[in-house]
Write a protein that binds this ligand. Structure first.
Ligand code: PLP
Length: 361
């Protein structure tokens, strides 16, 4: 496949004043840009109809495979505006590779790395006026997604697939200083098992996580901390973010890959560890070890990472009948330093020695 995402500009973009009003206070996922990128796949034609055009509702047959059997995957990455006005993506090739892995797991056709990155770049350049200035840690959040759109009832991979990319301007997750979260250790629900879809970024995982999130909210917590479903009860992740903990002897520990989602920020934090005088370690940690470590002070900080919130301090966690405070209950210095480091790279304030940034405009 060697076709481009050609841009057909909408004749009715939102007017400048309205857009500026949105960009001043974008929230997250509430407003969408003027365009979307899309492509269609069939077994006969492969990927075709590549384009960037006006954002508009999709027409779907009520029997479309995705509506019944959830054959769907997605990605999430951000475009950052630097002080000189230029616009950059952060390690988009990792999103492209993960999207291909997710596609294989959900028996969807693979979109190659180049076309994935091209589609994101084409949409961001078409909607570059929608990328907020970087002050206040604003960005444009980009959402590629793919689903079975063939109209049929029956369990098999769809023979017609839709790929789309939409974008939404995003405010800083923490509008008034870095806040921390309290995690709910779910006893009733797990998010993944060996051989399941835990490592794929698919909508079905999120559908299955909603009941656990409701339980967390009912218990006064912000997010869920998932444990493995086996007897080991080891830490997995927090459902939308990967977990890290800092030990008193300067280890930076994160659960190994397998059933968790392989996050771009997770990988980046592991690479930066040495610069923060930390030894990166991928290892399993049982719930009882986590609880004991927080009580005896051998675990000093916990944080969660992901594209949306970058680095979120975990200040407390609780489960059925227990509650623990991490460190002194305030965001830790290592957590905040790593957060500043990642943001500094993304917004061009720290030299990009690893070529992690890709320029769009
Ligand atoms: C997307 C996601 C993450 C974070 O991945 P990033 O690439 O760092 O944004 C973590 N866990 C789950 C379940 C996710 O879907």
């Amino acid at each position: 496949m060697n076709v481009e995402f050609l841009i057909h500009r909408t004749s009715r973009p939102l007017d400048d004043g309205e857009r500026q009003k949105i960009l001043a206070d974008p929230g997250f996922g509430r407003h969408f840009t003027d365009h979307m990128a899309s492509a269609v796949w069939t077994p006969e034609a492969g990927w075709h109809e590549l384009k960037v055009a006006a954002l508009e509702p999709l027409h779907l047959h009520p029997a479309a495979a995705v509506l019944h059997y959830a054959q769907e995957i997605f990605e999430g990455l951000k475009a950052f505006r630097h002080d000189d006005g230029s616009i950059w993506l952060f390690r988009p090739e990792l999103n492209a590779r993960r999207f291909a892995r997710s596609a294989r797991r959900l028996a969807l056709p693979v979109l190659d790395e180049k076309h994935f990155v091209d589609s994101v770049k084409a949409l961001v350049s078409a909607d570059c006026a929608w990328v907020p200035s970087g002050d206040g840690e604003k960005s444009l959040y980009v959402r590629p997604f793919m689903f079975g759109s063939e109209a049929f009832l029956g369990v098999r991979p769809a023979a017609r697939v839709f790929y789309g990319v939409i974008a939404t301007p995003a405010a800083s997750y923490f509008s008034s200083g870095v806040a921390g979260v309290t995690l709910w250790v779910s006893e009733n629900y797990t998010r993944a098992a060996k051989g399941g879809t835990g490592a794929a970024k698919c909508g079905g995982n999120y559908a299955a996580s909603l009941a656990a999130q409701v339980e967390a909210t009912e218990n006064g917590c912000d997010q869920v901390l998932y444990l493995s479903g086996d007897e080991q009860r080891v830490l997995e992740e927090s459902g939308t973010m990967n977990l890290f903990l800092v030990t008193a002897d300067r280890e930076l520990v994160t659960p190994g890959l397998g059933t968790i989602l392989e996050g771009v920020i997770r990988d980046s934090v592991l690479h930066l560890a040495a610069e923060h005088n930390l030894k990166p370690v991928e290892r399993q940690l049982r719930l009882d070890q986590l609880r004991a470590g927080c009580d005896d002070g051998s675990i000093t900080e916990i944080f969660a990472v992901g594209t949306a919130a970058v680095v979120t301090p975990v200040l407390h966690f609780k489960g059925d009948g227990y509650e623990h405070t991490v460190g002194d209950g305030r965001p830790g210095t290592t957590t905040l330093a790593i957060r500043e480091h990642i943001l500094g790279l993304q917004y061009g304030k720290v030299p990009d020695t690893r070529q992690w940034l890709h320029r769009v405009v």
